[in-house]
Design a protein around this ligand. Sequence first.
Ligand code: ZN
Length: 318
Amino acid sequence: MRSIDIHAHVTPQSYISAMKGGQVWHGVQPEPLDIEPQLEWTPEQRIKDMDSLGVDVQVASTGAQFYYYGGDAQAVAAMHRECNDEVHQMTIDHPERFRGLAQIPMQDVDLAIAELDRCVNQLGMVGAMIDDKVNGKTFDEPEFLPLWKAAEQMGAVFLIHQGGGTLVRPRTRSYHLPNTIGNLVDRAVTFASFVMGGVMDACPDLKICLAHGGGYACYGVGRMDRSWDVGRLPQIPQPPSAYLSRFYYDCLTHSESALRMLIDMAGIDKVVFGTDWPFDMQIDWPVSWVLGLESLTQDEKEAILWKNMEKLLGITSD
Ligand SMILES: [Zn+2]
């Protein structure tokens, strides 16, 4: 049994060095890292942990704290190039264990396309991880369409993953809700923005993976469909639920019944393995968790753990 994890984060070693040396890094002052010691681990230390977890391949992404979409576009583009070169080096040093998702400066669509092109077409990375929003804008804004078109052409995959504050945060900062509920709210808004903004119709081959099981997209789509039924979404030819199977979703639901619903609504070929390594909200023993789910067939477990990811990323196993 193989396993390929689309949701696993990296902190650039160059950032860690700057932090330890008290130096400025691409215009930002590095702050002490979160509580997880794994954030400072070398690729070799990661691989040991992956072995203990039964994870064969991580599709590594520099963490969401490195989006910096509010910063100067050229400075952030240089920061992202350094992040991406480091992830690329992991894929060169350990080609059997790592693939890479890029950081791209979304505040400047031309620069974002250029970096995505460099990462995918020159460095062999599989796509990019991006936030649910860019300085308050959602992805139905026409200014982003050239990026979706370019990505579609390249066959690049986007992993959609919140950064900074979610929509819940202005309401409450209590009880970890900006994360536990907020991530899922943000993902539902992103699903709706891509669908209702016509992006999925304009880009039929665009590959979008919604992290955290797509959040409330599946659970909430009936109400979105109702708004289509009563004529509030005249711009799309089908109800929103018809677009569920156009997206990919990681399995990071922390709930078997929610994962079962996701499979039943989006299709088993759309659910991929994602763990959120190494953060505290990750799935503990993720391979064992999937293998132990009683409501999934063996074929469904294999599809989630590796077969769907191989197809999505064009990886051939021998
Ligand atoms: Zn994550």
